[in-house]
Design a protein. Structure first.
Length: 131
């Protein structure tokens, strides 16, 4: 997801210059198509955002300076919309039917668990009689 965000920012960022050569456009389009494929695997099939991004991904890059850059920007915008749909605030990714999906613990929960374990070890070590 981070790589997709970086690529989208590279295309849509305010300070990002337009690609100068056709090879640069092709490279960015190839990256965005890969991101669309990865993000598409994490969403339910048939969602309009996904269908739009897949349709744009399957189109060929138009000839000419302006049309190719317009296509690149449209593909980046579609990828950005798809990323917003896949983010934690959006719908959950596909999981097997009937299977429970476990949430990953946050960093603070893990820190608390490590602290509690260390404290329990310290209490246990202090309670062992010295010989």
């Amino acid at each position: 997801m981070v790589a997709a965000l970086e690529t989208v920012t590279l295309v849509l960022g305010e300070d990002s210059p337009l690609p100068e050569s056709a090879a640069e456009v092709e490279g960015l389009v190839r990256l965005l198509r890969g991101h669309v494929a990865q993000l598409g695997a994490r969403t339910a099939p048939g969602i309009p955002v996904l269908l739009r991004a897949q349709r744009l991904s399957s189109d060929s890059v138009p000839e000419g300076y302006v049309p190719s850059r317009v296509y690149l920007v449209r593909l980046a915008e579609a990828t950005k919309e798809l990323m917003a749909h896949v983010e934690p605030g959006g719908p959950e990714p596909i999981s097997g039917k009937g299977r429970r999906r476990w949430r990953r613990p946050t960093v603070n929960v893990l820190r608390g668990a490590v602290f509690a374990f260390a404290l329990a070890c310290l209490v246990f070590a202090a309670s062992v009689p010295r010989t």
